[in-house]
Design a protein around this ligand. Structure first.
Ligand SMILES: [Zn+2]
Length: 107
């Protein structure tokens, strides 16, 4: 059970650009993490997403759970707590931005 790939857009660090393919992939990766503990993202998953479910509620509690998952994921990848934490936070930030939520002070 692990991720087939992780994408990370280097052009848009603060938000997901809807017209950017890499951002879209990153968004769906994160969304997969949010929904399940382990998810394999492939084309079918991406294409079956409908717009309605894209911007669902993002509470601080959810953000923290997502942060933990992202942190652990990136810790395995980067082997560095600070890098993992920064990356996880930047993604939470994007999640807030896309929903017009002011990021929490722990971000
Ligand atoms: Zn992008």
């Amino acid at each position: 059970m692990f991720y087939r790939f992780v994408v990370s857009c280097l052009k848009h660090l603060k938000f997901f650009d809807e017209t950017c393919e890499i951002c879209k992939k990153e968004y769906f990766f994160v969304k997969g993490l949010e929904d399940k503990d382990g998810v394999i993202i492939d084309k079918n998953v991406e294409e079956s997403q409908d717009k309605q479910s894209v911007y669902k509620e993002f509470t601080e509690e959810k953000a923290k759970q997502l942060y933990e998952k992202l942190f652990l994921y990136y810790l395995k990848k980067f082997k560095d707590e600070k890098d993992a934490s920064n990356k996880a936070k930047s993604i939470i930030n994007k999640q807030c931005h896309i929903r017009n939520i002011k990021p929490w002070n722990w971000i």
